[in-house]
Write a protein that binds this ligand. Structure first.
Ligand code: PRP
Ligand code: ZN
Length: 295
């Protein structure tokens, strides 16, 4: 099943990260073959195979080296890592999608005055290690009740008073008459890789894959800015351009003392920035998306 000389990347089979994970790989130029079996897929134009698995299994696969890479939520990763003596994976990049938070929530009418309110209570969660770590750090002793799903039902069922679960929009909590009282962990999708030493050919492929993914992440924030300006405004304009390294300055034909300024800005460009550029003497300001970038 596992072919030699190809990399293996584990992503969530179905769930909140799966579409974004596929999207990221597509943006990195990987053409994912639609195979007959839905547990693996071959990438046509890059020596990598995708494994579609349960997100809880991704840290194990990557740590064991069954897959060289994986995309997984920090929540799942931290829960796994707390149970390991030494990490056998490393986080290569935060991916900026799948943002959510692991929060402790209480029934709407229950009074809450900080972590001491958790003392001696029962808290239901699918993240027992992360929760225990939070309780320890706050010097609180409480009973952690492990549940594999439907955690939000625990208070109504009388299994626990509090829950500790992922919150994204907050709709699930609200629908169950619960309100968030503590943030235990801010999470997003991360790319991880195994710490196992790779043979040279796979190490080279890894470098190529990572440089493509870096390129995608860089273009998400980056913009190409073009504007015209008189010579005396150039220094001020260069200082305003967000995250730009040495802009290109080109003389304008037929307008002595006037220049076109071109720059890649590696940070978001807001309307306020454009206003400032205009105030400094810029005109004909254009902001363009960047499709691909390799640094
Ligand atoms: C999580 C969490 C909540 C829900 C919160 O479950 O357990 O049920 O999302 O999202 P919301 O704040 O936008 O309502 P998830 O969908 O990840 O899967 P699960 O069924 O494994 O709990
Ligand atoms: Zn859920």
């Amino acid at each position: 099943m596992i072919s030699e000389g190809r990399l293996h990347l584990a992503i969530q089979k179905s769930g909140r990260l799966s579409d974004f994970s596929r999207g990221l790989l597509r943006d990195a130029g990987l053409r994912i073959q639609n195979g007959k079996n839905d547990l693996t897929a071959r990438v046509e134009n890059f020596p990598i195979d995708l494994m579609f698995v349960r997100d809880d299994d991704i840290p194990t696969f990557v740590s064991d080296g069954v897959c060289e890479f994986g995309i997984v939520g920090r929540n799942v990763l931290d829960e796994f890592a707390l149970g390991e003596a030494e990490p056998r994976f490393e986080v290569v990049a935060a991916l900026g999608f799948g943002r959510c938070a692991l929060k402790i929530a209480a029934p709407e009418r229950l009074a809450y005055e900080g972590p001491q309110s958790l003392e001696g209570t029962r808290i239901a969660t699918s993240y027992p290690c992360i929760l225990q770590d939070f309780l320890d750090r706050n010097g609180v002793s409480a009973t952690v009740v492990k549940m594999n799903g439907a955690v939000e039902l625990a208070p109504r069922l009388g299994i626990a008073t509090f829950i500790c679960d992922l919150v994204s929009t907050g709709a699930t909590l609200e629908a169950n008459g619960l309100r968030p009282v503590e943030t235990v962990l801010e999470s997003e999708a991360v790319l991880i890789r195994t710490r196992k030493t790779l043979p040279e050919d796979k190490a080279d492929l890894s470098t190529r894959l990572l440089s493509r993914i870096d390129g995608v992440l860089a273009t998400q924030e980056s913009k190409y800015i073009m504007l015209n300006a008189p010579e005396e405004a150039l220094d001020e304009i260069a200082a305003i351009l967000p995250g730009a390294e040495s802009p290109t300055i080109i003389p304008l034909v037929g307008r002595p003392g006037h220049f076109a300024v071109h720059a890649v800005c590696q940070e978001s460009v807001f309307w306020e920035t454009l206003q400032k550029l205009k105030g400094a003497g810029a005109s004909a300001i254009l902001v363009l998306p960047i499709e691909k970038m390799m640094m």
